[in-house]
Design a protein around this ligand. Structure first.
Ligand code: MG
Length: 300
């Protein structure tokens, strides 16, 4: 059990008990959820003493809407509910933001967030189905593969089972340098997967530099359009734009447009904490306890 795992719990880094229902909200209603998620990420990474801080912080706003705005059908009490929608985190290293959402949605107790990356924990540094953590749909982390899994799920739903399930998949932008990603884009359009919502976290940062400097993926919207996708480009920190983009995907799906939807989120790595914001050096490091204290001061 997780409470047997040594987490060196510092009292400043304890997790609140709050949970959030999955319901329609006004755009401003997501701010307290995103704040709680960011606080979770800072605490989890500080306790883990290793892992990825910047990317998850940049995704807190989008994930707050996706998990708590009734855009995705799921049940924390019945994680394997047959008609649930599915979320695949192709950029598996971004998983702290997903663990926080799952805990806040009630899939497991928020206290378990303190076990991130600990030996024996269900919350490994990349999502692993072998941990049997409720709410995970697949293992991921080898970049470029999760989106192919998501395309396969969407194909099975639309072409074989003919059901109404939706598949959401999130990739990073550095991840788009993987060739397999473009095979997935070709297949998604070819098989007219209007039940697929592909989200790209476009923070223009990757492990050791700017995406545009390491291997440019631009122009990005035009690339996805050329593949035959319905592309929506938004500010990934603007709740109203996020809600509208997910509404458009729902319409695209309901109207059977025959096109997959791609939402390009313009985000900042490390969003919410001044000394992390837009710094790719925060891709793969945790805060120190002192930095965590400063970060949590800002996240109030
Ligand atoms: Mg990136």
């Amino acid at each position: 059990m997780f409470n047997e795992i040594d987490c060196n719990m510092n009292s400043n880094l304890q997790f609140s008990k709050v949970q959030f229902p999955n319901e329609k909200r006004v755009a401003t209603g997501y701010a307290p959820i995103a704040l709680e998620i960011r606080r979770d990420i800072v605490k989890m990474l500080t306790l883990a003493k290793s892992g990825h801080t910047g990317g998850p912080m940049g995704l807190a706003d989008f994930m707050a809407v996706l998990y708590f705005g009734k855009f995705m059908k799921y049940s924390a009490n019945e994680p394997q509910m047959p008609d649930r929608d599915r979320f695949v985190l192709s950029g598996g290293h971004l998983v702290p933001v997903l663990y926080s959402c799952l805990a806040r949605a009630g899939f497991f107790e928020p206290d378990e967030l303190s076990t991130l990356r600990k030996f024996g924990s269900r919350l490994q540094g990349h999502p692993g189905l072998d941990t049997e953590l409720p709410g995970l749909e697949t293992s991921s982390g080898s970049l470029g593969q999760g989106i192919s899994i998501a395309v396969g799920m969407a194909m099975a739903d639309k072409l074989v089972d003919h059901n109404d399930r939706k598949v959401f998949c999130l990739t990073g932008d550095g991840e788009l340098e993987e060739g397999a990603v473009w095979e997935a884009a070709m297949a998604a359009a070819n098989f007219k997967l209007d039940n697929l919502c592909w989200i790209v976290d476009n923070n223009d940062c990757q492990i050791d530099g700017r995406v545009r400097d390491v291997m440019s993926i631009y122009p990005l919207a035009e690339k996805f359009e050329a593949f035959g996708c319905n592309v929506i480009e938004i500010d990934g920190h603007n709740f109203e734009q996020i809600v509208n983009a997910l509404d458009k995907f729902e319409q695209n799906n309901k109207n059977k447009s025959g096109k997959p939807t791609v939402i390009i989120l313009k985000t900042f790595m490390g969003q919410g904490v001044s000394f992390m914001q837009d710094k790719y050096s925060w891709h793969g490091i945790p805060p120190t306890e002192e930095q965590a204290e400063m970060a949590l001061q800002e996240l109030k």
